[in-house]
Write a protein that binds this ligand. Structure first.
Ligand code: GLY
Length: 393
């Protein structure tokens, strides 16, 4: 086993870390109940924004995770968190009703940890309505030719005719919508997309493409390309982590054994390319000694994927991946997590949204900062270690 002697997080440390997160969320409510956290912090501090980015669901997800924790602890703050979560759901319903910045594939990132969570936890009917509308919006991006959900941009342009690995996390919304409505169309689209994505984004060595293009006329696979990674052919750390969690969710929803195999291989590649403290640099091309920023969010995303996958594995395999997940979160907790509110109003430092490189076609922002998904998935991983957690995904 790799990283055999790295310590794991457990017991009181999980409890301590999760309590700090919940209290940090509560401390943020005055600024972030009618507003949302920006995607990334600036010098460690998030600024408030309107509900318009692809990332705002993570902040609401943190509110719900804090709510679960405080409710279980029997603390009055649970009521305050519930109220804030409901106010945010109103905003998500308004957003989908008015089609504010929803013309992309990130409906799952937006509506699962906010509205599906609110429906599951407190029976919010507005949450249910908003999330089903978001699922309807998401399926408008499905291409029957090529059988995938297009990530970004107008639908009829060859330069946009691609999927991205991140989208695997948007699909649970579709499974949930089929369960709730009894209409199988959402599930059918999710299954087609998963199949197309997994077949094409995973390379022979089990590193992954961030994005993959198809021929618009025939639907045939064309070529892979990075957007947020260092270069075409390298493995963008977060893309690989989305692949780990994405394969676990693909198995959860389809029960197809091939996705367990994919999970194992993609995870192995990730682990083999980690530096000594197990928290990746922003691209797996880099390692100890490279003067490059980390992406701590990838460690937490990968840990969540492992903690999901172990539910469906034989005990021997499950023990291996549980240990990796606990090691990853121990390192995030020891070396990257915020410990003092004066230092940051976020939860985890040293993440990278999008770094500049000679090949990266995305913008340069949120480098070596907190980001809202890094915070959310750290808290999700801690919650998964704390109790038998019912997924928002
Ligand atoms: N889904 C976009 C990102 O991971 O930055």
């Amino acid at each position: 086993m790799l990283f055999e002697s790295m310590p794991v997080i457990a017991g009181e440390e999980v409890e301590h870390a999760l309590r700090f997160c919940a209290e940090q969320v509560i401390g943020n409510l005055p600024d972030f109940t009618y507003k949302f956290q920006n995607a990334y912090s600036e010098n460690g501090f998030y600024q408030p924004i309107e509900n318009g980015d692809w990332t705002t669901g993570f902040w609401t997800g943190e509110i719900w995770l804090a709510y679960e924790y405080m409710k279980e602890a029997g603390e009055a703050a649970a009521d305050q968190l519930k109220e804030a979560g409901e106010i945010q759901i109103d905003s998500f319903l308004h957003r989908i009703d008015n089609k504010i910045e929803v013309d992309h594939h990130d409906m799952g990132f937006l509506y699962s940890p906010s509205c599906v969570a609110g429906y599951k936890l407190i029976g919010s009917m507005k949450g249910k309505e908003a999330a089903i509308k978001a699922a309807d919006q998401l399926i408008t991006r499905f291409h029957p030719v090529g059988e995938f959900i297009q990530a970004w941009g107008p639908m009829d342009a060859p330069e946009n005719y691609r999927l991205i690995i991140d989208c695997l996390l948007n699909l649970p919304l579709l499974y949930w919508a089929s369960e709730e409505t009894g209409d199988g169309k959402y599930r059918e689209i999710a299954e087609k997309h998963i199949h197309t994505a997994v077949k094409n984004v995973i390379r022979e060595d089990y590193s992954t493409w961030h994005t993959f293009f198809f021929n618009m006329e025939t639907g045939e696979p064309d070529h892979g390309a990075t957007c947020q990674g260092y270069r075409d052919g390298s493995a963008w750390a977060r893309g690989q982590a989305w692949g780990i969690y994405g394969c676990a969710l693909a198995y959860k929803y389809t029960g197809r054994a091939e996705y367990i195999d994919n999970f194992k291989h993609v995870t192995q590649y990730f682990l083999e390319h980690l530096p000594k403290d197990m928290v990746p640099f922003w691209d797996l091309e880099f390692t100890d000694g490279d003067d490059q920023p980390r992406d701590s969010s990838s460690a937490s995303i990968a840990a969540c994927g492992m903690l999901e996958m172990i539910k469906y594995m034989e005990p021997e395999d499950a023990a291996v991946y549980k240990k990796y997940a606990m090691q990853l979160i121990k390192s995030v907790y020891d070396n990257y997590a915020v410990k003092d509110r004066k230092e940051s109003n976020g939860l985890v430092l040293h993440s990278t949204y999008s770094n500049h490189s000679p090949y990266n076609t995305c913008n340069h922002y949120g480098v070596d900062e907190c980001n809202s998904w890094g915070d959310y998935f750290y808290m999700e991983a801690l919650t998964r270690l704390h109790k038998d957690w019912v997924l928002y995904w």
